[in-house]
Design a protein around this ligand. Structure first.
Ligand code: NDP
Length: 684
C-alpha cells in the first residue's frame, strides 16, 4: 500500500482508483507527493455515460441555464480557492502563478457565463445570421443553424495550467451542450483532480457533463466517432502523433491542437532608450520569462531588438532578472518557483544545451545558482537564462527549439522588414508583442505579424495602463496559432462555443425556417389578434405575433417640427434647392423622424408588461420618405430570450426582440430594424 494519496479518475459518475501506480514527485523537494492509480478505466462505459446521461442532463438545460450554471461553478471554485492554492504550490507555482491558473480559470467560467447570457438565445439551437431569400417572391429561404454535437469532447491537456487548461475548454463545450472527458497531464493531475472534486461537490455539475481521466487514455481515441471532438494542448510531437490516430482520421473526428510556440516580442526602431516604451519592453520580456517559470505556451522565447539597442536591452534585462529570487514558491519572497517536474527540468536543460550551440549566455545558464527554501536542492528548478543568438538568420536555434522554462534568446535585427522576417521564422506562434510609439509602424507591421501569430499585442505607454500582458489568453479573444503552434483555435468569445456545435444549412419556406429557428423570418406566417402584442406577458407572447398599424402621412410640418425639436437642420430636409440637386431630387424626412413616427404608430401607450426599450439593432433606412409619403409599420415578435433575470423592482422578465418594418403607400420598405425590449413575466 502506498502512503501517499492515490489520485482518482471520475468516470461514469464514480470516483475510481484504489491501487497505486506511478509516483508523482514534488518538483520543490523531490519527495513523493501523490500516486496515480492502476485500476483500469472502461472507456466504452465512460463514452456511453457521456452520450446518454451527460447529453440528457445537459440538453434538459439550455444555453441560458447552462450559462447560469457556469457562473455558479465559478463562484463555488472561488469560495474554495484557498484549498486549490495550497495544492497548486505543490506544482512549483508561486501564488501569482496560481492566480492565473485558479482565478483565471474561474474568470473564464464567468466570462463565458456572461457572454452566453448576452449573446445566445434560449433553447439549444443557434440561428446564425438572417435568412437569405433564395427565390424572387419570398417563398423560399436559406439560413444556417448550429446544434450541439451528439458526441463527447475529449480534452487532452498540458501540465502547466492544470485548472485553467481544463476550464477554458470546459466552459465552451459546456455552454454548447456537449459533455466532456478531461485528461490532464499526469505530472500535475493532482490539482485538476482537486478542482473536479470541488466542481462535483458543488452540486451544480449536471450528471455526466464532466469526467476525469488520471493517467493515460487507453483505447479512448479508438472508440470515438464523427460526433466527437478531440482537443489537445502539449508538445508538437504528441500533437502530430495523436492527430493521425487512424480512428480519428477514418471518422473525421475534429482534432484541435495547441502546441509548442516560439513566440516573440519586437522592440520597434522608433523606441529610444530613454522612452517609457523601452522600459515597458524590458519589463514585459522579464515578466514573460519568469511567470510560471517560463512554462507558458505564450511565453516570449525570441526577443527581437534593433542592432543598436542590443546592449542596452541586455543590460536592463540582466539587471531585472538578477532580482528574481528562485526557490520554494510557498516562501513569501520567492518570485519564481520550480518547473513542474524533474522530467521537465531534464527536458529544459537538454534544450538549453542545444540552444547554446547557436547562442551565448548573457545571464543564467547551467551554472549553479542560489535557491531559497529547505530541501530545494532536490527540486526541479531552473534559473532565468538570457541568451544572445550568434546569427539570427541561421537555421535552427531559437527559431526551432523551445526550452519550456525561463529561457529566452535575444536577436538583433537590421530593420523592420528583417524583424518581420525573423518573427515568421518561428513557423507559426500563439502570440507576438510589438512595442512601438508610432501608429504608422503598427499599421505596417501588425498585418504582417498576423499571418503567423494567433494574437498580436501592441504595447505603448497608453495601452500599458491597462494591458493584460503578452502572455494572457483572454476568453473573448481567439487563442491558438497557425503552423507550429498547432493550427487550432480556442476561446474567442462565442466562436469558441461553436466549435462544439454542428453547423447545417437549412432551406425552406419562411414559415418553416421560423418554426425551426424559433425566430420570425419575414414572409413567414404571422399571428394577428385583437390584443396588442405589447399587452401580453412574456410567456404568452408567441413568435410571429404581429400588429399592422394605422397609416400616417408625412407633412412638411412634421419635418419642420422634428428639425426644431432635434436641432437637425441638414440641407436634405430644409434646403429645397440643394435637395433638388441631390440624388433624391426633393426634400425628404429625417430617418430618425420615421423611426419616431413608427414608434408612435405601434406603441401601446398604457401601462403594461413591456418594461423597457433598451436598444435597436440592424437599422437601415431603405427608401427615402419625401413630404406626402404615407407610412405604416408592422411590428412582429421575432425572438424571445429567457435569461432568468428580474428587474430592479424584483419583477421577473425576459428579452423580446421585435421585427419592425416601416412601409410606404406602395408597400415599399422604408425602414427596417429590430427593437429590443424587456417584458414582464406573469410568474417566476
Ligand atoms: P506532451 O505532449 O507529452 O503531453 C501533453 C498531454 O498529452 C499530456 O496530457 C500527456 O499525458 C498527453 N499524452 C502524451 N502522449 C499521449 C498519448 N500517446 N496518448 C494520449 N495522451 C498523450 O507534453 P508534455 O506535457 O510532456 O510537455 C512537453 C513539451 O510540450 C513541453 O516541454 C513544451 O515544449 C510543450 N508544451 C506546450 C504547451 C502549450 O500549451 N503549447 C503546454 C505544455 C507543454 P501524460 O502527462 O500522461 O504523458
Amino acid at each position: 500500500m502506498s502512503n501517499h494519496p492515490i489520485l482518482q479518475s471520475f468516470i461514469a459518475g464514480q470516483w475510481l482508483g484504489q491501487q497505486a501506480k506511478q509516483s508523482l514527485l514534488s518538483p520543490i523537494t523531490g519527495e513523493v507527493i501523490y500516486t496515480t492509480h492502476s485500476d483500469v478505466i472502461d472507456f466504452g462505459q465512460s463514452i456511453d455515460f457521456a452520450k446518454t446521461k451527460g447529453r440528457k442532463s445537459m440538453l434538459a438545460m439550455d444555453f441560458q441555464t447552462r450559462a447560469s450554471c457556469l457562473r455558479d461553478l465559478g463562484k463555488y471554485i472561488l469560495e474554495h480557492k484557498e484549498s486549490l492554492y495550497e495544492i497548486s504550490a505543490l506544482t512549483g507555482a508561486t501564488r501569482a502563478d496560481s492566480w492565473v491558473d485558479i482565478e483565471g480559470g474561474a474568470g473564464t467560467l464567468f466570462a463565458y457565463a456572461s457572454m452566453g447570457r448576452r449573446e445566445l438565445p434560449s433553447g439549444n439551437l443557434i440561428h446564425e445570421g438572417d435568412a437569405i431569400p433564395l427565390g424572387r417572391d419570398g417563398h423560399f429561404y436559406g439560413s444556417h443553424i448550429l446544434v450541439p454535437r451528439h458526441g463527447v469532447a475529449v480534452h487532452i491537456n498540458a501540465f502547466n495550467f492544470p485548472i485553467w487548461g481544463m476550464l477554458e475548454k470546459f466552459a465552451a463545450n459546456f455552454i454548447a451542450g456537449m459533455p466532456c472527458i478531461v485528461k490532464p497531464a499526469t505530472s500535475t493531475s493532482f490539482l485538476t483532480e482537486a478542482c473536479v472534486r470541488l466542481m462535483q461537490q458543488s452540486g451544480f455539475l449536471p450528471e455526466g457533463s464532466l469526467q476525469l481521466v488520471i493517467g493515460r487514455t487507453g483505447d479512448l481515441l479508438d472508440r470515438l466517432d464523427g460526433q466527437d471532438i478531440v482537443t489537445f494542448t502539449g508538445s508538437a510531437a504528441t500533437a502530430a502523433k495523436l492527430r493521425v490516430t487512424p480512428n480519428l482520421i477514418n471518422n473525421s473526428v475534429p482534432f484541435n491542437a495547441e502546441a509548442d510556440s516560439l513566440n516573440c516580442a519586437i522592440l520597434a526602431p522608433d523606441v529610444s532608450v530613454d522612452s517609457p516604451e523601452f522600459d515597458l519592453f524590458v519589463k514585459e520580456v522579464a515578466r514573460e520569462m519568469t511567470a510560471k517559470a517560463g512554462q507558458k505556451c505564450t511565453a516570449i522565447r525570441r526577443v527581437l531588438v534593433p542592432e543598436n539597442h542590443i546592449e542596452a536591452v541586455s543590460e536592463r534585462l540582466i539587471a531585472r532578472l538578477a532580482k528574481v529570487t528562485v526557490g520554494d514558491p510557498r516562501i513569501n519572497d520567492v518570485r519564481m518557483g520550480a518547473l513542474a517536474s524533474h522530467d521537465q527540468q531534464r527536458d529544459v536543460l537538454e534544450q538549453l544545451d542545444t540552444l547554446l550551440k547557436t547562442s551565448s549566455t548573457l545571464c543564467g545558464g547551467t551554472d549553479s545558482f542560489e535557491l531559497v527554501g529547505t530541501g530545494t536542492d532536490k527540486g526541479a528548478f531552473c534559473q532565468p537564462t538570457l541568451l544572445l543568438s550568434n546569427d539570427p538568420d541561421a537555421e535552427g536555434g531559437a527559431h526551432d527549439i523551445e526550452a519550456f522554462g525561463p529561457i529566452s534568446t535575444l536577436m538583433a535585427y537590421k530593420d523592420l522588414d528583417h524583424a518581420v522576417l525573423l518573427a515568421a521564422r518561428g513557423k507559426g506562434s500563439l502570440v507576438s508583442t510589438l512595442v512601438t510609439k508610432d501608429p504608422s509602424v503598427a499599421a505596417v507591421v501588425v498585418p504582417e505579424l498576423a499571418v503567423w501569430h494567433g494574437r498580436v499585442h501592441i504595447l505603448d505607454e497608453q495601452a500599458a495602463k491597462e494591458s493584460t500582458g503578452h502572455g494572457s489568453p483572454l476568453p473573448m479573444l481567439k487563442h491558438g496559432g497557425p503552423g507550429r503552434a498547432g493550427g487550432g483555435e480556442e476561446l474567442g468569445g462565442i466562436r469558441g462555443v461553436t466549435h462544439y456545435m454542428q453547423r447545417a444549412a437549412i432551406q425552406g419556406s419562411p414559415t418553416m425556417l421560423g418554426a425551426v429557428t424559433k425566430e420570425f423570418v419575414r414572409g413567414g406566417a404571422t399571428i394577428e389578434t385583437e390584443v396588442h402584442p405589447f399587452r401580453r406577458y412574456f410567456e404568452n407572447l408567441q413568435i410571429g405575433e404581429s400588429l399592422v398599424t394605422h397609416r400616417r402621412t408625412v407633412t412638411e410640418a412634421d419635418i419642420v417640427n422634428f428639425g426644431c425639436l432635434s436641432g437637425d437642420h441638414f440641407y436634405m430636409h430644409f434646403d429645397d434647392i440643394a435637395a433638388r440637386e441631390s440624388q433624391f431630387e426633393q426634400r425628404i424626412a429625417h430617418g430618425y423622424f420615421v423611426l419616431s413616427a413608427a414608434a408612435g404608430l405601434f406603441v401601446s401607450p398604457g401601462e403594461g408588461p413591456v418594461l423597457a426599450n433598451y436598444g435597436l439593432d440592424n437599422l437601415r433606412f431603405i427608401t427615402p420618405v419625401p413630404i406626402g409619403t404615407t407610412i405604416r409599420a408592422r411590428l412582429t415578435c421575432k425572438r424571445k430570450i429567457d435569461q432568468g433575470k428580474v428587474s430592479p423592482k424584483g419583477e421577473p422578465q425576459g428579452v423580446v426582440v421585435w421585427d419592425v418594418q416601416v412601409t410606404n403607400q406602395d408597400d415599399e420598405l422604408v425602414a427596417s430594424y429590430d427593437i429590443l425590449t424587456l417584458v414582464k413575466k406573469q410568474s417566476n
